[in-house]
Structure formats: structure tokens, C-alpha cells
Design a protein around this ligand. Structure first.
Ligand code: UDX
Length: 466
């Protein structure tokens, strides 16, 4: 009898560090589950990323249609999406149609970031099943789904400027959602704002896929996931992906910046749970004023700290502040690096708190390691992630919309000293539940099994696959 090849999935991530990391981990998990993977990245990502993956991976590249010197972030990120939609779409279709032509097995299934709405159309046109992935919190995705409701109920655009006013028309969030916790683009006051239009349109496409894969776990976002089932009946909550992969196999680090591992040696010499770790992820930028407020707040708190300051994250205005360049008062208590091995840092016994921009990966990594947080969100989903941390999960403080050295000093003291035991206890409970979700029979473990099975079934329907 003819031996049938395994299902062959093309994975197409969003070309940004956070989403790319999460998708790599998902792809590696599927590989372990017996699925052949072709991982599709833009030429730009391929040039800047050192992707070391599972030996079974095939990496293919595709143009994003932009010149190399285009920033692809900040105020220009919508230009990247537009270019992907218009320039990359025909290339993507060609890739799918040509797959298998030069030997090897053809693509039997696509897994794409759900924000790349054009991939649904292309997959449908060529008759290949597609699953979509969103790498943000379920909570943020639920807010995107709720944008039309917010508009018809006249909660958007805001009337008046009170950001503490409660938002009532998002099912499941009425107890804690304020205007300031909505994605940052909701503050523009203009329904024609390109971001509002973009997220509304692209999210509506999601239920067209065979299923929605999320980097979360049921126990963490149960009330939101219950609401989302009304719109997307088939959800696979398989996170936290970084730990899920680690549970099955050693993870492969991938990063745009080189990790400075000397901070781990420094942590080794610090007392248990004494260090506050600070990082604002891979996209956020700080003004010189904000940087100095954090610096003084930290130093005045007297707390030990490990701080990631990405070389491109601060507008130095031509010179590095003398306080930082000399290390001054913090020499003993503080350590600064350009990029850290974050997952290892959060798992280190000396780390007792995390001052974060509330990116979804960072949030999940902190939850998994049982590290309480101070949240200082930068944009988009980070506004709601930080609210969940502070109000829904009680894992720390939400310090959004303020950058004042006195507030920072007091909040750091509160997290690391005054209410330390309470937050550590709560974080420990949450970490245990995250770990349980990944063990055999746990929620994420079972969702992944079901996903692999469904990919196999759908692939078999396409044709000559196992
Ligand atoms: C963001 C967020 O995912 C999302 O909230 C937002 O909408 C768009 O993209 P990013 O700023 O990169 O991405 O944050 P995050 O999701 O937290 O990812 C950062 C990743 O970089 C984490 O996996 C973290 O472990 C890693 N990291 C960060 C390091 O490895 N070293 C560092 O020094 C800092």
C-alpha cells in the first residue's frame, strides 16, 4: 500500500518579534506532534532573525513589499499590513499553488496569524483548510470583537475626558473595565482612526477559519473564553506556549538582540526574591524624561533591580545621562543590560517582582514563574493585560498613565516589601494552575492534542495525507 505523507502545515506568523516567538513555539510543538512544518517569514525578518528551529522545519521566505529601510513599526506599522495585504497576497497564493511541485509534499493546511486577514481568502481560493492564531490575550481579542458594540452603544468615541469612567457594553468585563483599559487607539476620539478600522475589520474575519488558536490557558481567562465561544465556537487555548514547548522539549532561543547572560551571574549573588526585574519588551520606547523618572524612583526605593534598556528603546537626546553611564548610587544594587534571557531571569530565585510593559508574552512568562508584576503598559492590548493583572488576577499593580518618580518609588516598595507576601502567595497559586494546564490531562495539554488531531483530519480531507 502507498505510504501517505504526514500533514504538511504552512505557518505564517506576523513579522514582529513577540508574535513570531509565539508562533515558532507553536510550530515546534506541532512538529513534535508528527506534523511537517514549513515556516514562512518575510525576507526582512529572515535577514534580522537568527531562526534556529527544530531540524524538521523548512523555512521559506516571502517579500513584505516594503523597502529595506522602512521602519515597519511605531506609527508606520499599518503601512506594513497594507503592503502585506496588497503585495504579499499574490506571492502567498503562488507559494501554496506551487507547493509540492518540485518534489516534497504539498501544503495540506495553513496556520496564519489572524491579523493577516487575506490569508483566509487565499486559503479558500486554493481549497486548503486554515486555522488562525492570535498571540494577544483573549481579553484583548474580545475587546476587538466588541468594537462594533462599543460604537453602537455610544461608548466609543468617548464623550468627555474622564478615563476612569466604567465601560458597560463588553460582556464579561463590566466589573472592572474602564475607558483607560481599552486598547490605546480607542483614545483617539475618531471612529475613522485607521487602527480602529483595521482591528475591527481584521478581527471580523477570524471566525471564517476552522478554529482559533490562542496563547493562553483556560484557567487564566475562563470568563472571557466563555464569551468568545459565542463568536468562535472552536477555540484551542494551548498556552503558555513558551512553557508548553519546554515541557515537551528544550526550547530554542530566537532573538533580534544578543542576550547578555552576565546578569544571571549577578542574580546568583543576590538574596532570595529581592530583585525587581524591569523590561519594556521589544517595541516600546521611552523618552529621556521617562527613563530618568524610572531611574530615580528605583534608586530612591532602595530596591535591588535588574533593568533591560534596549539600545534602541530610549531617545538619549545625544548623550547617555551621567547617572546611568556611571551607575552612581545603584552600582551595588542595580544591574543594567541591553537584552536579557528573560525566561531564565524570571525563573531565577533572586527575582521577586517584574516591572513590565504588559506585553502578552511577558505577562504569561511572569504568571508561569509566579512573579508578581508592576504594569506600565505602552500600547494596544497592554492596556487591558495590565488591568487584568491588577484588578482581576490580583497579581500586582497597574501603574498606567503615570510616570512619576514618587509613584514609582512607592509602588516598588509596595510590591517588593509592604505587600510582598500577599502577592507572592497569589502568584504562586496562579503559577501552579499554569503548570497543571500543561501536564498530561491538563487543559492546554488536551487542547493541543485536539488541535493536532483536527489538523490531521482536515489534511486528510484535502487529499493524499495520513
Ligand atoms: C508586543 C506584545 O506581544 C503585544 O502585547 C503587543 O501588542 C505587540 O507586541 P513585545 O513588546 O515584544 O510584543 O512584548 P512581549 O509580548 O512581552 O514579548 C517580548 C518577548 O521578548 C518575551 O518573550 C520576552 O521573554 C523577550 N525578552 C524581552 C527577552 O528575551 N529579553 C529581554 O531583555 C526582553
Amino acid at each position: 500500500m502507498e505510504q501517505k505523507p504526514p500533514p504538511h502545515v504552512m505557518v505564517f506568523p506576523l513579522p514582529l518579534q513577540g508574535p513570531l516567538n509565539a508562533m515558532l513555539k507553536l510550530a515546534e510543538l506541532l512538529c513534535i506532534g508528527g506534523i511537517q512544518i514549513t515556516f514562512l517569514v518575510t525576507d526582512h525578518i529572515h535577514r534580522h532573525f537568527n531562526i534556529q528551529t527544530h531540524p524538521a522545519f523548512l523555512i521559506r521566505t516571502i517579500s513584505d513589499g516594503l523597502p529595506e529601510n522602512h521602519p515597519r513599526e511605531g506609527g508606520k506599522y499599518l503601512e506594513m499590513f497594507e503592503s502585506l495585504r496588497t503585495n504579499t497576497r499574490p506571492l502567498f497564493k503562488e507559494l501554496l499553488l506551487q507547493s509540492g511541485a518540485g518534489g516534497g509534499s504539498p501544503i495540506s493546511c495553513v496556520i496564519a496569524d489572524g491579523v493577516l486577514g487575506f490569508t483566509f481568502d487565499v486559503a479558500n481560493e486554493v481549497g486548503i483548510p486554515i486555522f488562525d492564531v492570535r498571540t494577544l490575550s483573549a481579553a484583548c481579542l474580545w475587546l476587538f470583537y466588541s468594537l462594533p458594540k462599543l460604537i453602537t452603544s455610544r461608548e466609543l468615541p468617548f464623550i468627555g475626558d474622564d478615563l476612569d469612567e466604567m465601560v458597560k457594553s463588553v460582556p464579561g468585563m463590566g466589573r472592572y473595565l474602564r475607558r483607560r483599559d481599552l486598547p490605546s487607539f480607542c483614545r483617539s476620539g475618531d471612529l475613522d482612526d485607521p487602527s480602529i478600522r483595521f482591528y475591527q475589520t481584521e478581527t471580523i474575519e477570524n471566525p471564517r477559519a476552522c478554529g482559533l488558536i490562542l496563547n493562553t490557558f483556560e484557567e487564566l481567562e475562563a470568563p472571557i473564553l466563555a464569551e468568545m465561544h459565542n463568536v468562535c465556537p472552536n477555540i484551542y487555548a494551548v498556552g503558555p506556549l513558551h512553557a508548553h514547548l519546554k515541557a515537551k522539549l528544550a526550547a530554542f532561543p530566537n532573538s533580534l538582540w544578543e542576550e547578555d547572560r552576565s546578569c544571571l551571574t549577578w542574580l546568583d549573588s543576590q538574596p532570595l526574591k529581592s530583585v525587581l526585574y524591569l523590561s519594556f519588551g521589544s517595541l516600546a520606547t521611552l523618552s529621556r524624561y521617562q527613563l530618568m523618572e524610572f531611574w530615580h524612583g528605583l534608586v530612591n526605593s532602595g530596591q535591588r533591580f535588574l533593568w533591560v534598556i534596549r539600545p534602541d528603546s530610549v531617545d538619549w537626546e545625544g548623550r547617555i545621562p551621567v547617572e546611568l553611564s556611571q551607575g552612581a548610587a545603584a552600582k551595588e544594587k542595580g544591574y543594567i543590560v541591553g537584552w536579557a534571557p528573560q525566561v531564565e531571569v524570571l525563573a531565577h530565585p533572586a527575582v521577586g517582582g517584574f516591572l513590565t510593559h504588559s506585553g502578552w508574552n511577558s505577562t504569561l512568562e511572569s504568571v508561569y514563574e509566579g512573579v508578581p508584576m508592576i504594569c506600565w503598559p505602552y500600547f494596544l492590548d497592554q492596556q487591558i493585560n495590565s488591568r487584568l493583572v491588577g484588578e482581576e488576577w490580583k497579581l500586582g499593580f497597574d501603574m498606567k498613565d503615570t510616570c512619576d518618580r514618587n509613584v514609582i518609588e512607592e509602588t516598588v516598595r509596595n510590591l517588593m516589601q509592604v505587600r510582598k507576601e500577599e502577592f507572592l502567595r497569589r502568584a504562586d497559586e496562579m503559577a501552579k494552575s499554569a503548570k497543571a494546564s500543561l501536564s498530561e490531562g491538563g487543559s492546554s495539554y488536551s487542547h493541543l492534542d485536539r488541535l493536532i488531531q483536527d489538523i490531521k483530519t482536515k489534511s486528510a480531507q484535502v487529499g493524499k495525507f495520513e
